[in-house]
Write a protein that binds this ligand. Structure first.
Ligand SMILES: [Zn+2]
Length: 356
């Protein structure tokens, strides 16, 4: 019979040290503080935070010379994307690694939830289980060795609750909600650094004009018309205008290098009436829909065709670079669009239409 795996009892971590590099970024230092706070509440052990490892046992938070000199040095050889995280637990060592700027902090929260059972229930209430030496349940606080890695599939996560969108962003970070309105001035700068900032692209909705980069005054023909052809009636682009599509595509390609492999490029219509010009109407009809039916939702075709064009051009550019890309879009109610490109292989889908 195989010997049972060696375990780590968190109640025995009294002499451990939390190790974080001298030159750690603010969010990794904050990650170490969060680890200390909640481990202390759970076990009563208030661990020191230091740059050097000790013989008692170490929790390595982020990359450091001390981690490089440890048994888990190989964790520093991996490349991590922005919010990718890795949590390794062994009998006398814990290491939490991840991409910058938020991977390590999110890795700490992952550990606190999964290993300690901490639950961030509200801005001012966190449930922290207690692990005490006289606990009648022998398994509580006993961790089996693990090596857990995670890369978020959805790159921008946002919930418009006031408790999440407050001046500190502390609660939203604890829940790994990284979305914020672009350049939101309400977050205190110190807190912004502590939580590792936010998804760099702002929200995933109402952003198409940040790609079009034009103005209705200069180019009324780029913007929505009413059904008599009068423009601009709103700041919504006219998605059947080839110049609009070319311009959006060119701007996405220009900024492509800002997006890490596997990143999502956010692209969605503005919160404004869609174009009803004859060209847009014709595209809707070409795709079997009545422009004036479907409660207004049949107008999606020009938008999705434009975004698909961008996705195809992006895929070509990525394939030429030999890198890989995954694009995913969720459109308006009743509409969805997904495109996925991998080296050489393509799976391209456009399910749209009223009620589908
Ligand atoms: Zn139009």
């Amino acid at each position: 019979m195989a010997a049972p795996p060696e375990t780590l009892d968190v109640r025995t971590m009294k002499d451990w040290t939390i190790v974080v590099a001298e030159d750690a970024i603010p969010s990794e230092r904050y990650a170490a503080e969060e680890f200390r706070t909640f481990l202390c509440q759970a076990t009563g052990h208030e661990l020191p935070i230091a740059a050097a490892a000790t013989v008692g046992g170490n929790v390595f938070i982020g990359p450091s010379p001390a981690l490089r000199a440890s048994d888990l040095a190989h964790l520093m050889d991996a490349a991590y994307v922005e919010e990718e995280l890795r949590v390794v637990v062994a009998t006398n060592i814990i290491a939490i690694m991840g991409g910058r700027p938020r991977g390590v902090l999110y890795g700490v929260y992952q550990f606190l939830e999964d290993a300690l059972g901490v639950r961030f229930l509200a801005k001012n209430f966190t449930h922290v289980p207690r692990y005490q030496a006289d606990d009648p349940l022998p398994r509580r606080g006993v961790l089996t060795p693990m090596d857990y890695a995670y890369r978020p599939l959805v790159s921008c996560r946002f919930v418009a609750f006031p408790d999440l969108q407050d001046t500190t962003a502390q609660f939203q970070a604890r829940l790994r909600v990284n979305g914020r309105y672009r350049e939101d001035p309400s977050v205190e700068p110190e807190w912004s650094k502590r939580v590792g900032g936010f998804n760099r692209n702002g929200l995933v909705l109402h952003n198409i004009n940040s790609w079009l980069r034009a103005s209705p005054q200069e180019h009324p023909e780029y913007y929505a018309a009413d059904k008599d052809g009068k423009r601009p009636v709103s700041h919504q682009p006219c998605f059947s205008n080839p110049d609009v599509v070319d311009r959006i595509t060119a701007n996405v390609l220009k900024d492509l290098r800002d997006f890490a492999p596997g990143a999502m490029i956010p692209m969605a219509q503005e919160d404004a009436s869609l174009c009803e010009c004859e060209r847009c109407q014709a595209l809707v009809r070409e795709h079997g829909l009545d422009p004036f039916g479907g409660g207004g939702e049949n107008w999606g075709a020009p938008l999705f065709l434009a975004i698909n064009h961008v996705a195809r051009e992006v895929a070509k550019a990525q394939l030429e670079n030999g890198s890989e890309l995954y694009c995913e879009r969720i459109g308006m109610r009743h509409f969805s669009i997904q495109s996925r490109y991998r080296k050489g292989a393509m799976d391209f889908r456009i399910p749209y239409g009223h009620g589908s």
